[in-house]
Design a protein around this ligand. Structure first.
Ligand SMILES: Nc1nc2c(ncn2[C@@H]2O[C@H](COP(=O)(O)OP(=O)(O)O)[C@@H](O)[C@H]2O)c(=O)[nH]1
Ligand SMILES: [Mg+2]
Length: 280
């Protein structure tokens, strides 16, 4: 599911240079982030990289996140001078709105021009936020690989979008905020960094800790718990019992219940959850 990139300083420097070269060719940048973790799924130096280019922030996977939090994040990014849109690039929700918005920018650019130039865009974002899915949604074809197979780069190509717009076919893949432990956890919950970073049982226990604090009702309802217990471990045990994740000798099968919890969080089965809220 994830592009397993090992970021090291040389690679980051190269990425930065490549993005800066590509920026010279485009009118606007589409920055894709994960609506469940709008802080951690942004590249730490994105503002410095993109500088004054027009920017459209896409809160993607908004089908999995809390809709009131989506609204607050939309407001947050608008206040900082970006255009912003919540999307679901899996189903295509928001794609027409985005094309409409881009169409307006294209018309603005060409308002007084005799020869209408195409409006050019590039997509940027950290791994797993849905860049390839967005390209496919906008072009209406399977032009970009989604999932775990790294795309084959054939040199730069412009993909034509409706309404005299062109999209750079290879998105800029940026490094995430991995140096901050809270960001590392949130990225891991969402499946955006390798699971081996923590063992699954520890990761799931951390997830329960967050959910029992911020979404107790969803946790209780999903796992049919009468009451939440005090500690994450007690809750994990109770959930494991409900789900029959028990080993011989009546020991809890932590490995198995951890996988259930993480899978059900990632697929939105526990509910629509945003892990990072706009700070008041
Ligand atoms: N639920 C949901 N899943 C999505 C959405 N967009 C992408 N995905 C999934 O997220 C994973 C990563 O998407 P991909 O486009 O490969 O991300 P990339 O690494 O940024 O190119 C894939 O399994 C997609 O199917 C979305 O809006 N909602
Ligand atoms: Mg991709």
């Amino acid at each position: 599911m994830i592009e397993n990139i090992n970021w090291y300083p040389g690679h980051m420097k190269k990425t930065r240079e490549l993005i800066q070269q590509n920026l010279k060719m485009v009118d606007a940048v589409v920055e894709v982030i994960d609506a469940r973790i709008p802080v951690s799924s942004r590249n730490p130096i994105i503002d410095e990289l993109v500088k004054n280019k027009k920017r459209i922030v896409i809160l993607n996977k908004s089908d999995l996140s809390d809709s009131s939090a989506n609204k607050a994040w939309e407001q947050h990014f608008k206040e900082r001078g970006n255009l912003v849109l919540s999307m679901n690039c899996m189903s295509g929700g928001g794609a027409n709105q985005l094309l409409k918005l881009l169409g307006r920018l294209q018309e603005e650019k060409n308002r007084d021009q005799a020869r209408k130039k195409p409006y050019r865009l590039m997509i940027v974002g950290v791994p797993n936020v849905g860049k390839s899915s967005l390209i496919n949604r906008l072009t209406g074809k399977k032009s970009a690989q989604t999932g775990d197979r790294p795309g084959v780069t054939k040199g730069k190509q412009w993909l034509n979008l409706p309404g005299n717009m062109q999209l750079l076919d290879t998105p800029g893949i940026l490094w995430p905020k991995f140096e901050d432990p809270k960001a590392g956890l949130d990225l891991a919950f969402c499946g955006s960094i390798k699971d081996e970073v923590l063992d699954l049982a520890t990761l799931a226990l951390e997830l329960i800790k967050v959910l029992q604090a911020d979404y107790p009702k969803l946790l209780k309802e999903r796992y049919k718990l009468d009451e939440l217990r005090e500690t994450p471990l007690e809750n994990m045990d109770a959930i494991a019992v409900k789900r029959g994740c028990i080993l011989p000798g009546k020991r809890i099968d932590y490995e198995r219940i951890a996988k259930v919890l993480l899978d059900e969080f990632r697929s939105g089965t526990i509910g629509k959850i945003t892990l990072e809220k706009v700070e008041a």
